[in-house]
Ligand binder design. Structure first.
Ligand SMILES: [Zn+2]
Ligand SMILES: [Zn+2]
Length: 280
């Protein structure tokens, strides 16, 4: 087999494969020595078929499996450097060496201890969260959970129990999966912590949080989340890491946190995939 075009290009497996095949190495039956347009088209389709790296957000070509393409990467707004210790929002300035809170968390007095998020809720986060939520791409729980475990690393403590915010069973039935539970399972796996997907339950069905102002969001959830009666022993005295996909007002996480504390948890911390910036 001839090594064609031994030049410059950073050769990926797919371009190598295409080159070898274009040069006649692996054509079935050895027929048709001239690669015509149809053959080239077929080869192109085959390369797309065998080339696995697609952007996790938009499906365009990416460098690595579950990576992001350059455009989605730029849009992602990964939260790093100085962040609010309660919600993970990015803050200006350099790390003063002690926990800092954003204006939002100073004003709201969050019931949980610490919190982190992976990225701002921009186009990239939105695409990934919706694809996971609507069950189109459940495999996204893996990269998203991995990034969340990484973002949460500074707030993890030994013996922590990881649990998602619960969905009401009717909503669970409609969606078929609780996206927060998929994420929390992956985080627990990555961090080597215990995962209890039904630590909390939705005691009543709550209308959607969409379109409500901040106070409405908190009122909507009052008393809606409770510890699972058969999981009390798993909460008592433990530090719980609550997992949700998006942190907006924090009403859901606050209700879930209060339920844990009522259930005897020693402390609660939270991690979300995306943080909606203040005012969102
Ligand atoms: Zn992309
Ligand atoms: Zn904050």
């Amino acid at each position: 087999m001839r090594q064609g075009g031994e030049a410059e290009a950073p050769a990926s497996a797919a371009t190598d494969w295409l080159r070898r095949n274009r040069d006649g190495g692996a054509r079935p039956g050895g027929a048709a020595p001239r690669p015509g347009r149809a053959l080239r088209r077929a080869l192109g389709a085959a390369v797309r078929l065998v080339y696995p790296a697609a952007c996790a957000a938009c499906g365009a070509a990416a460098d690595a499996e579950f990576g992001l393409c350059p455009a989605c990467w730029r849009d992602a707004g990964f939260l790093g450097g100085l962040v609010c210790d309660a919600c993970g929002t990015g803050l200006p300035g350099t790390d003063p060496g002690e926990p800092v809170l954003c204006d939002d968390c100073l004003a709201l007095d969050r019931p949980w201890a610490r919190g982190r998020a992976v990225m701002d809720y921009g186009a990239t986060a939105r695409r990934m969260v919706l694809a996971l939520k609507h069950g189109d791409r459940l495999e996204l729980a893996r990269p998203m959970g991995d990034w969340m475990a990484q973002a949460a690393a500074p707030i993890l403590v030994p013996g922590m129990v990881v649990a998602p915010v619960p969905l009401h069973w009717l909503r669970l039935l409609r969606r078929r999966s609780n996206q927060a539970a998929l994420l929390s399972a992956r985080i627990a796996h990555r961090a080597g912590l215990e995962h209890v997907p039904d630590l909390l339950i939705r005691a009543r069905r709550t209308p959607s949080q969409d379109g409500r102002d901040r106070q409405g969001r908190f009122e909507n959830l009052a008393g809606a989340i409770r510890p699972h009666p058969r999981r009390r022993a798993r909460i008592a005295g433990r530090h719980v890491l609550r997992v949700d996909d998006v942190l907006t007002s924090g009403a859901t996480l606050a209700a879930a946190t209060e339920a844990c504390l009522q259930g005897g948890a020693a402390a609660v911390s939270v991690v979300a995939f995306a943080r909606v910036a203040k005012g969102g």
